[in-house]
Write a protein that binds this ligand. Structure first.
Ligand code: ATP
Length: 273
């Protein structure tokens, strides 16, 4: 059975259709990239799955159970975790404390006054930090970390809720090519080890084509293509939307961006700014 089934999903803002009747599925352990020019509807799709936005029409099933229009916290509790584009760590807390905090938030454990929060979930937090390669930095405040390390801490925080599905909104935004590769290698290894499904948006072609098992392409709210990286690269519709913007089969490690497509006015189909 698919872990996630999205059927005929739509979202309107007044008369404007931001997401238009899209359907796709995702298997446990799979990495699925959601790409598209600026304004294509990626964030809107994410927010409907995560419960931050109501669905106008359609269904979202997690392991066969409907999660559409449930409160975000309930969706999170059912196993949909999320990392955000903007760092979500407490900078004055240590790395370990941030993970302990995430574990406390998920397990909502009440603790007695004589029991220091610092002692709770130490072992579990350390295990998560080990998995993301950050155990050696457990006692450093997050304010001192390099950007790539903060993203690792955020990944560990998201894993604290033991998600079956992890939504990652531009996980490598602002990262150098090497850091991007490292974070995505880690994400892929963790997804496989835990059998976690990952749905991610991304603008860097090196990440999308190097790590996604399958790719969904949105343009103006519609799903214009879905398939393996090779199928997407060879798809004439996709080439038209990204005409001249670096969707190149021979993509190089510097990772041309997919975001520029939406800002062009000279694309073959006039993708709007
Ligand atoms: P980006 O890559 O720039 O983040 P995106 O693919 O995530 O873009 P969305 O943020 O989902 O796109 O937006 C899809 C469309 O819906 C855009 O045209 C946007 O202007 C519009 N939109 C988003 N939020 C609202 C809102 N609250 N009210 C009206 N229109 C909105």
């Amino acid at each position: 059975m698919n872990l996630l089934e999205v059927n005929n999903l739509s979202r309107r803002y007044g008369d404007f259709i931001a997401v238009d009747d899209i359907s796709f599925s995702l298997r446990a352990g799979e990495l699925l990239a959601l790409i598209g020019p600026n304004g294509a509807g990626k964030t809107t799709t994410f927010n409907m799955i995560g419960g931050q936005l109501p669905v106008t029409h359609g269904s979202i099933l997690l392991a066969g159970q409907s999660i559409a229009n449930l409160p975000a916290r309930q969706i999170w509790k059912k196993g949909v975790g999320r990392t955000f584009q903007i760092a979500a760590t407490f900078s004055s807390f240590t790395v370990l404390q941030n993970i302990q905090n995430a574990l406390l938030a998920y397990r909502r454990r009440t603790y007695h006054i004589w029991q220091s929060a610092d002692r709770l979930y130490r072992q579990q937090a350390s295990t998560l930090l080990e998995q993301v390669g950050m155990l050696a930095q457990a006692d450093r405040p997050c304010s001192e970390l390099a950007y790539g390390d903060i993203k690792r801490v955020e990944l560990a925080m998201a894993l604290a809720s033991e998600p079956r599905l992890l939504l990652m909104d531009e996980p490598t935004a602002g990262m150098a090519p090497r850091e991007r590769q490292d974070l995505m290698t880690l994400t892929r290894d963790i997804a496989q080890a835990r059998n976690t499904a990952v749905l991610f948006t991304e603008h860097s072609t090196d990440v999308v084509f190097g790590f996604a098992d399958r790719i969904l392409v949105l343009a103006r709210g519609q799903l214009i293509a879905q398939g393996t990286p090779r199928e997407i690269r060879d798809d004439p519709n996709v080439r038209q939307v990204y005409f001249g913007t670096g969707l190149n089969p021979q993509h190089d490690a510097s990772g041309p961006s997919l975001s520029g497509a939406g800002t062009r006015t000279d694309t073959a189909d006039g993708v709007r700014p």
